[in-house]
Structure formats: C-alpha cells, structure tokens
Design a protein. Structure first.
Length: 151
C-alpha cells in the first residue's frame, strides 16, 4: 500500500506540473478564458494538497477522496467543451458566424496533433497537456480505487 500511495502522490504531482506548464505555454487561456485559467490554478492546488496527504497519510478515506477528485476532474475537463458559448463573444471567436462549433472546439482542446491553433498558442497546445492530464487522472483513479480496499 505504501508503494502505491507514493505512486499515486507522484501521479498527482505530475498532473499538477503539467497544469503549471500549460499555464506557462497557453497565452490563449489567459487572454480568452481567465475563469478557466483560475479553475486550472485551483486544480493544481488541489492536486498538490491531495498528493501530500496521500504521501504522508495514506488511508481508505484518502484514497476515496483521490478517486472522487480524479473522476470529478476528468468530468470537468471534458465538460470544458460546454464553455464554448461563453467564448463565442470573445474576439478569438468573433465574426459574422462562429469560427467553430462544439466539435471544432473539442478538437482544439483535446487533439494533440491540432495544427489549427488559435491565438498565440503553439501547435498542439492545449491538447497535449489536457490529454496527458486526463490519462494520468484515469490511472490515478484506478490505482486509488484498487488500493483503497486494502487500506
């Protein structure tokens, strides 16, 4: 259990680190979606707090918290697609007709090979980071679910 709790803490820490890097390399997030940027900062803080708790005091309750947080975070990250109507009024998406719909926005958010970058983002941003964070959250939830029975 102690080895797995250290792995879970490391996964949460890596997820937080990816969030910090995303904040640094995604100027479009800062310019056009400051609420999403603030949410990402909160996600990073929660990831780091949970990483510390899991590392220092692994328990059934802690692992249940990690499972719940990981699932909630995945849902919220995928649910980010629903923020498109709020962005439609921003200059990034302005025009006589919306520049893109939900499918295009999902492609922008989650496709790591996306070359149709918007704003000042490099190609693949934010897709590479969001995909890795979701993948790490899936692994984190799985490990925490598995080990919580023995805690």
């Amino acid at each position: 259990m102690v080895k797995v709790s250290k792995k879970i803490a490391a996964l949460l820490g890596i997820t937080a680190l990816l969030g910090v890097v995303l904040l640094a390399v995604d100027p479009t997030l800062r310019e056009y979606a400051p609420i999403n940027e603030a949410a990402l900062v909160v996600f990073i803080i929660i990831d780091l707090i949970l990483a510390g708790i899991v590392y220092l005091k692994p328990s059934r309750t802690t692992f249940n918290l990690v499972v719940g947080w990981s699932i909630l975070r995945i849902i919220m990250q995928i649910g980010d697609i629903a923020t498109l109507p709020f962005l439609q009024g921003r200059s990034l998406l302005q025009g006589p007709e919306p520049v893109f719909g939900y499918a295009d926005f999902a492609n922008y958010l989650f496709n790591p090979l996306n070359m149709n970058h918007f704003g000042n983002n490099p190609p693949g941003v934010p897709g590479v980071f969001l995909d890795l964070m979701i993948l790490l959250q899936i692994v984190t939830a799985y490990l925490a679910w598995k080990v919580r029975k023995t805690a």
